[in-house]
Design a binder for this molecule. Structure first.
Ligand code: 6GU
Length: 226
């Protein structure tokens, strides 16, 4: 897979994309991630990418010209068709289901906004998917891009190394994860549940399933209704 990111702050994303699972997948050639500076596509001498909103109001709006030019330039660098994504709090909330469908695409092109938002003609003209990562406000799309890239890349074949698969995890089966323990058996008077030390794999699986259900019922009953 190839992922392009158009951003005014590539320095926020580059270290993220070089570390941990994403960094390793990149080194292994499982994903190619290219961050492109949107400001390089500004056309005036001040290198403007944003301007005041027509009709007045606070803040600044990302201009059409640099975004269209950057999208068209970056798309021309590779023949695979890109799924265009704009990160915006106005978008559809990201879910594991959407992540799974994006992980099957050959190429993603992610545009990070800043300021008050995008000129509406960017959305009308480029027809991207509009994605939000939740109901809270970020200063820009870069943290959301990091979230999206992480969630997608870990699903690519080979990205998690020797693990069987990612799909026993929270949300894949609409249940939260069961509690996990490792050494030591006792820490500051707190003990690992006996069942996990029993060696009885049937009982362990039953206990884990029950714990996952109890936890989901208590914390995220909305997941059980789905
Ligand atoms: Cl994608 N962008 C911004 N600026 N804020 C957000 C968001 C995105 N998702 C949640 N909040």
């Amino acid at each position: 897979m190839r992922i392009d990111v158009l951003t005014l702050f590539p320095e926020m994303l580059e270290p993220f994309c070089s570390a941990s699972i994403v960094g390793r997948a990149r080194k292994a050639g499982i994903v190619e991630i290219v961050c492109t500076q949107l400001r390089d596509f500004a056309t005036d001498k001040h290198k403007s990418v944003d301007d005041k909103p027509f009709g007045g109001g606070p803040g600044m709006v990302l201009m059409c010209g640099p975004v269209f030019d950057a999208v068209e330039h970056v798309e021309s660098l590779d023949p695979r068709p890109a799924t265009r994504i704009v990160l915006t709090p106005q978008g559809e909330t990201l879910t594991q289901r959407t992540v799974e469908s994006l992980a099957k695409k050959p190429r993603l092109l992610i545009v990070c906004g800043h300021y008050e938002g995008f000129d509406q003609r960017i959305l009308d003209g480029l027809r991207p998917m509009e994605i939000s990562i939740g109901d809270y406000v970020l200063s820009g799309g870069e943290p959301a891009a990091a979230v999206l890239i992480d969630a997608v890349v870990r699903l690519l074949p080979g990205a998690l190394g020797d693990r069987t698969s990612a799909d026993s995890e929270s949300f894949a089966g609409n249940l939260l994860e069961y509690p996990q323990y490792t050494r030591p058996r006792e820490f500051r008077g707190m003990c690992v549940p006996d069942v996990l030390l029993s060696g009885d794999h049937g009982r362990i699986a039953g206990w884990r399933r029950e714990q996952a259900e109890l936890r989901t019922k208590a914390r995220r009953p909305d997941l059980l209704e789905k």
